[in-house]
Structure formats: structure tokens, C-alpha cells
Design a protein around this ligand. Structure first.
Ligand code: PRT
Ligand code: ZN
Length: 296
């Protein structure tokens, strides 16, 4: 008897590191549950046909390009570098930016080096773990430098005399400061993204679409807040304008009152400054609630 095999998707995520927790919780929030294998490298999707591969982040682009998995969550820095190294900058599509793992690839020079513009680095030695990206980003800026490729501890290269400057990932800037380096220019802003190979087997496309729809729901819910407040009737227009990303709020009359209740979903960041402005415009009883799921 012939049985038709249900298509499944494999998603590669970082096993342990800066992206692993956020990647796992993102997929959990999409309603995915997994049975963990003993070696902890392969998790089988229980209610939804999506399985997880837990690997080093550097392996994810290659696994996507070689068809070992159909989706991968990895920093744009790693994906772009791998594509430049292996595929002339092609081969993977960034389907969604995920809003975590944010950092910047920056060019830094020794604090005491009197240099104001990266054009002054023409012909100099630049240490980096991102040779492809560095070469491409410097070329865009008209700079041709000698790349010194290092797999780690890039920040000590200038002190060791093996390079004049470095190109490395920066988030707080603490590492640069500790090594007496000055961030001269940001070359590339990076965050974690969901990647897929440019070509995906046709029978897997509907499943990928379903997963993406859930992911979009999770991403927009995370950015959204449900706001309830009371306001004078005459201030409704002003207050609606103060609510970020709201066009049509729900208006509810309050019994025996000249005031009105306003309910709305704010689709953009809602900060203390917004709440203070709402209060100044006459709002009271302001309540802000998280949105758990959202389906357009
Ligand atoms: O074991 P595996 O290979 O999977 O992990 P890994 O050690 O290669 O990667 P990991 O977990 O350190 O980083 C994974 C991804 O997180 C990176 O590819 C980036 O996309 C992203 N990310 C975000 C960062 C940083 N922020 C970051 N600050 N990756 C590295 N750093 C390093 C940077 O290289 C430098 O040494 O942190 C130092 C600078 O930090 P600050 O805060 O001192 O500026
Ligand atoms: Zn790595």
C-alpha cells in the first residue's frame, strides 16, 4: 500500500549562545512543541510538522545551502558573510527580521591613532573574522585595505601589532573600550533573521506559509499593546492622535459621565512619554495590556 508522506520542515537554530533562547521562545510562541532527542541535537515537532536542529550558528547558512534544513535563524552578519564566501553573495533569502540579536559590525582603531575618516585606512591592515563582509563594505566606501583574517580575539590584534585597525561586532562597546579601541564607523547593522534557501521544494511551500503567518502574528503581537483609558469626549481626536499606530479606536460611553472609554491596539512602541502626553490631554484610568496573539 502506498502512503503519501506528509511534508515536514526542518528549522536550524543556535544550540547555545546569544540567539538560542530567543529563537526557542519565538518558535514556542508560534505554538510549536517538540520531543527532545537524547543527544539534544534534533527535536521532533509534536503537533505541527516542523522539526528543530540545534547547531552552531556558523553551520546554519551551509546547512540551508546544502538542503539539510529549509529554514534557519541566524544573525544577518553570519548569513551575509557565508553567502559572500561561498556563493557570490547569493543563495539565501531573509524572510523576516526577528528583532533580537541586535549588534553592529564596526570599524575600530586604536584610541591614540589620529584618524578621522575611514579613507585614511587605504592600504592598511584590518583584522576581522568577517573578511567577505569587510572587503565588500569597505569597497562600497572606496577603501581597499589588507584583510588579516582571524577566527577570534580580533580586538587584541592592534595591540599585538598584527593589524592597524579591526572590523568586529559591537553591542555595548565595552570590549572596544577595554582594549583601548575607538569605534570609527558602523559598517553594517545586524540582527537575527529567519533565512530560507532561494529555492524551496514546491510541496513544502504551503507549510512554510503557514509557519510564516503564525510568526507574523507573534511578531506583531509582541510589538502591540492593548490600551484602555477614560477621556473627555471633546479630547477623543487629540488622544487618538497620541496613541502610536492607532487610527480607529473603540469608543464606549460611560454611564452618568461626560467622559468616554477609549480602547485601542497600539501597533507601535508605547512608552512612558506617550502615557504622560495622554494624561496631559485629559486621559485617566490608563491601562496598558500585552497582546498575546494576533491574526489579521
Ligand atoms: O557556539 P556558536 O558558534 O553557536 O556561537 P558564537 O560564539 O559564534 O556566537 P554568539 O552566541 O556569541 O553570537 C551569536 C550572534 O549574536 C552573532 O552572530 C551576532 O549576530 C549576535 N550578537 C549580538 C553578537 C553580539 N551581539 C556581540 N556583542 N555576537 C557577538 N558579540 C561579541 C563581539 O564579537 C565582541 O567580541 O561581543 C563582543 C562585543 O560586545 P560588547 O558588548 O563588549 O560591545
Ligand atoms: Zn559561531
Amino acid at each position: 500500500m502506498e502512503t503519501t508522506k506528509q511534508p515536514r520542515l526542518r528549522v536550524a537554530i543556535q544550540k547555545s549562545g546569544r540567539l538560542s533562547e530567543s529563537s526557542q521562545s519565538l518558535l514556542r510562541n508560534c505554538g510549536l512543541r517538540f520531543a527532545r532527542s537524547k543527544d539534544k541535537l534534533f527535536w521532533y515537532g509534536i503537533d505541527f510538522p516542523v522539526d528543530l536542529l540545534l547547531v552552531r550558528d556558523d553551520d546554519i547558512p551551509r546547512m540551508l545551502l546544502e538542503g539539510v534544513c529549509e529554514l534557519g535563524i541566524v544573525g544577518e552578519n553570519i548569513a551575509r558573510e557565508a553567502m559572500l564566501e561561498r556563493n557570490g553573495g547569493q543563495g539565501l533569502t531573509a524572510l523576516r527580521q526577528l528583532g533580537f540579536g541586535g549588534c553592529r559590525l564596526s570599524l575600530a582603531v586604536p584610541e591614540n591613532l589620529e584618524i578621522e575618516d575611514i579613507s585614511e585606512l587605504q592600504g592598511k591592515r584590518i583584522a576581522t573574522s568577517y573578511p567577505g563582509l569587510t572587503r565588500a563594505l569597505l569597497k562600497e566606501r572606496g577603501v581597499q585595505a589588507r584583510i588579516v583574517e582571524l577566527s577570534g580575539s580580533v580586538e587584541i590584534a592592534p595591540a599585538l601589532g598584527t593589524a592597524d585597525a579591526i572590523v568586529d561586532l559591537v553591542s555595548t562597546g565595552t570590549t572596544l573600550r577595554a582594549n583601548h579601541l575607538r569605534e570609527l564607523q558602523v559598517l553594517f547593522e545586524s540582527q537575527a533573521a529567519l533565512y530560507a534557501p532561494e529555492a524551496l521544494a514546491e510541496e513544502k511551500i504551503p507549510l512554510q506559509k503557514r509557519l510564516l503567518a503564525r510568526l507574523d502574528g507573534v511578531i506583531s503581537a509582541a510589538e502591540s499593546k492593548y490600551v484602555m483609558l477614560h477621556a473627555p469626549r471633546e479630547a477623543v481626536e487629540e488622544i487618538t492622535e497620541l496613541l502610536p499606530g492607532v487610527e480607529h479606536p473603540t469608543l464606549l460611553p460611560l454611564e452618568n459621565s461626560s467622559r468616554i472609554a477609549i480602547h485601542a491596539v497600539c501597533r507601535e512602541g508605547l512608552f512612558w512619554e506617550h502615557l504622560e502626553a495622554l494624561k496631559a490631554a485629559g486621559a485617566s484610568a490608563i491601562l496598558v495590556l500585552p497582546v498575546e496573539k494576533m491574526l489579521a
